[in-house]
Design a protein around this ligand. Structure first.
Ligand code: ZN
Length: 281
């Protein structure tokens, strides 16, 4: 795990990395060794601040004796299902991390929740508390989960979803729109830059300036990049192809893998953008 975190940092030129769709899928599986196991004991951080005001104090009693049944990822969100109709939502933010530690693990000061099974300590650690945990009790998943639109990469992600986003926000730069989780759950900074680079579109292009035929291209590229990221980073933390922008955007003085000219970095509506001015005219 330690190596993985270091590697994650090495990928990012930004000050703080934010896990995107594929990284979240990777983290989602970290607790899977505990699937089917009974929760024997629960450690809750005394201040429980990552619950953001939700009444977390009832969680240890509710989860002790429950069985860990399933884990799901959707965009940047995770949802863990337990027996007794208990659901635990998790957003890693910029600093959260899932860990599967030995069952004799003593909680550290940044361990906000530890679920002890017979063979593991399923831990949510978050030194800077940008992440969030949520509790839900009910037969069905919480509304915040079920109301999310399909994520790019899934079969249910349609060209109509892309068209809706583009036509509702015609003045927004494409890069800004791609980061909007209401339309594109799981897409973050590196994926948005990759999508626009592969399409050869400038990040500041207004969404409304694209012809209808371009909507289809955008949908296809979102699907392709998301599926490939899920199959590489999301499975084994493997790199996407070297021909992608992904492996070239992190270093100072990086060069476009297509034309070899220098990449440009600049702020666009509060988010750092990386693009090739020669390819993305
Ligand atoms: Zn280029």
């Amino acid at each position: 795990m330690k190596c993985m975190r270091l590697r994650f940092s090495a990928h990012c030129y930004a000050a703080v990395p934010m896990p995107e769709l594929a990284e979240v899928e990777y983290y989602r599986k970290i607790w899977d060794p505990g699937l089917g196991s009974k929760i024997l004991r629960v450690h809750l951080h005394p201040r429980a601040r990552v619950f953001r005001g939700e009444p977390a104090e009832s969680l240890p009693a509710a989860l002790t004796g429950a069985t860990f049944q399933a884990s799901h990822a959707h965009g940047k969100q995770m949802l863990f299902a337990f027996s007794r109709r208990i659901w635990l939502g998790c957003h890693l933010g910029m600093s959260g991390e899932m860990l599967c530690l030995p069952p004799d693990h003593a909680p550290g000061k940044h361990d906000h929740l530890v679920l002890y099974t017979r063979t593991a300590a399923l831990t949510f650690r978050d030194p800077r508390m940008f992440g969030r945990l949520r509790i839900h009790e009910g037969k069905s998943p919480p509304a915040w989960w079920s109301e999310m639109p399909p994520a790019a990469g899934s079969q249910n992600f349609t060209p109509a979803q892309v068209r809706t986003a583009l036509t509702r926000h015609p003045r927004l730069p494409l890069k800004t729109l791609l980061l909007d989780q209401r339309y594109f759950p799981g897409i973050g900074n590196w994926m948005a830059d990759e999508i626009l680079w592969q399409l050869r579109w400038a990040p500041a292009t207004p969404a409304g300036s694209l012809p209808p035929s371009a909507h289809t291209h955008l949908h296809r590229t979102l699907q392709k990049i998301s599926r490939h990221a899920l199959a590489t980073i999301g499975q084994t933390w493997a790199d996407p192809p070297k021909s992608w922008l992904f492996l070239h955007r992190w270093r100072d003085g990086g060069h476009c893998p297509r034309c070899s000219n220098p990449l440009t970095r600049a702020d666009l509506r509060g988010r750092t953008c990386c693009w090739c001015p020669d390819c993305q005219g």
